[in-house]
Design a protein around this ligand. Structure first.
Ligand code: ARG
Length: 473
């Protein structure tokens, strides 16, 4: 006969196959620290409200701390028959402190307990991730600073379009990852809600003090409706959605670095430490980190899909299906953290071949728009100017030349508005620096974008220090 903590109404033990099938201890053991911390706070609350005595609470807390030490020392036996981390902690507690352990679960259920554990886990990880995103953004800004002045072709449809500053290109990624940081901060405000006290689904008859529990665990607020509390995994979904978007950004950056490190582009060289060779082709140096990040993006999308699908048809309130939330959530956290770490380390180890980039701006008619703009500012309607320049491009193509390689006389056959100042007008640097519209690629714009980013990062890290010292922002 089974000796499970819930076995009172059962007359037969659990089938061993079912035990293995229903157990989550294989993966939820990583929640042990939060489970114990939550139980300690719960005990203290029970004592404060007189549900148990102060001596009983002290005994329970002592036992819980011993369980924590045993797990940390690797001296703890995990076993499928005990299902999950909550049961493991509680049954070991029973061995350590005896019968008083049976009072720990008063006014609580595993349904609100697991919600608390996941929220505490995810709150800690989200804070770590927000900081890691900050470090990545700072690495991007440093690159933008270092390379301010370097030009390269900007692409649309992966066709050469107009010249841009390399720093402008890098700062585009800074913006993407800044939005990611904002999304994680926003998700954090809904992760950081204390669920304990919802009990199984309806609340409890004991005179508990949920606000007291929340204060001990440093939650700024408690959840509202008890049924929603145990049935809600929106916070996990929001986190994973933010993670999926962040990985998508990484995947795009990776794709560019993979393209740029090809002989065809030759715009970057990634340091040896971040690439690998081929077992057959001696000349190969492969951008594996970038490729794997691109590949791992699929995992995180999968994690999001798993969670969404898991939740989509669940009736109120808690359902055991929800045990399946942990592996995708953990996977999204682990994959994103690893990606952030490896990328932040790799970025300063990329050599940008700014000469090759600059050379590339001289071909591909990157100055066609500017020639049209030149005509338009000299009185020709833009549509007509567009057409005229199209003709000039066709003419130049036929001679294997670029627009700036045509003679003034040749250019004037398309419009006599063209004067000798056209050649400096079509210079790459001039084209870049004319794009002064807010958010454009002109050097002075990009310089102030970099300054603004530096200030933002400094403000954020001061804020994070305040949060770490226990203040709520
Ligand atoms: N291991 C379970 C989970 O992860 C804990 C909650 C179980 N609740 C229950 N009533 N069986 O969701």
């Amino acid at each position: 006969m089974s000796d499970k903590l819930w076995s009172g109404r059962f007359s037969e033990g659990t089938d061993t196959l079912v035990e293995g099938f229903t157990a989550s201890i294989g993966y939820d053991r990583r929640l042990y620290t939060w489970d114990i911390e939550g139980s300690v706070a719960h005990c203290r609350m029970l004592a404060k409200t007189g549900v148990i005595t102060a001596e009983e609470a002290a005994e329970l807390v002592r036992g819980l701390e011993q369980v924590r030490r045993e797990i940390e020392a690797g001296a703890f036996a995990f076993d499928d028959s005990l299902e999950d981390i909550h049961m493991h902690v509680e049954s070991r507690l029973l061995e350590i402190v005896g019968k008083v352990a049976q009072k720990l679960h008063t006014g609580r259920s595993r349904n609100d307990q697991v919600a608390l554990d996941i929220r505490m886990y995810l709150r800690a990880e989200t804070r770590v991730i927000i900081e890691a995103v900050g470090r990545l953004r700072s690495a991007l800004v440093s690159l933008a600073e270092t390379h301010l002045g370097a030009v390269l072709p900007g692409y649309t449809h992966l066709q050469r379009a107009q010249p841009v500053l390399l720093s402008h290109h890098l700062m585009a990624y800074y913006e993407m990852f800044t939005r990611d940081g904002e999304r994680f901060r926003d998700a954090l405000s809904r992760i950081d809600v204390m669920p304990l006290g919802a009990a199984a689904l309806a609340g409890t008859t004991y005179p508990i003090d949920r606000e007291y529990t929340a204060r001990q665990l440093d939650f700024p607020r408690i959840s509202e409706n008890s049924m929603d509390t145990v049935g809600d995994r929106d916070f996990a979904l929001e986190f994973t959605a933010a993670a999926a978007i962040c990985m998508m950004h990484f995947s795009r950056l990776s794709e560019e670095l993979i393209l740029w490190s090809s002989v065809e582009f030759g715009f970057v060289e990634i340091a040896d430490a971040f690439t690998t060779g081929s077992s057959i082709m001696p000349q190969k140096k492969n951008p594996d980190v970038c490729e794997l990040v691109r590949g791992k993006t699929g995992r995180v999308y999968g994690d999001l899909m798993t969670l969404l699908t898991l939740m989509k048809s669940l009736p109120m309130a808690y359902n055991r299906d929800m045990q399946e939330d942990k592996e995708p959530l953990f996977d999204a956290v682990d994959t994103l953290k690893m990606t952030l770490a490896v990328y932040t380390r790799m970025l300063p180890n990329i050599t940008f071949k700014t000469d090759a980039m600059a050379r590339a701006t001289h071909t591909g008619f990157l100055n066609a728009t500017d020639l049209a703009d030149y005509l338009a500012t000299r009185g020709m309607p833009f549509r007509e100017a567009h057409h005229v320049v199209g003709k000039a491009v066709g003419f130049a193509l036929g001679r294997g030349k670029e627009l700036h390689e045509l003679s003034l006389a040749e250019l004037r056959t398309f419009s006599d508005r063209i004067e000798s100042d056209i050649f400096s007008f079509l210079g790459v640097r001039e084209m870049v620096d004319r794009r002064k519209s807010a958010g454009g690629t002109a050097t002075e714009n990009v310089r102030s974008a970099i300054l603004k980013a530096r200030r933002t990062l400094a403000r954020e890290s001061a804020n994070e220090d305040r949060i770490k010292s226990g203040e709520h922002p």
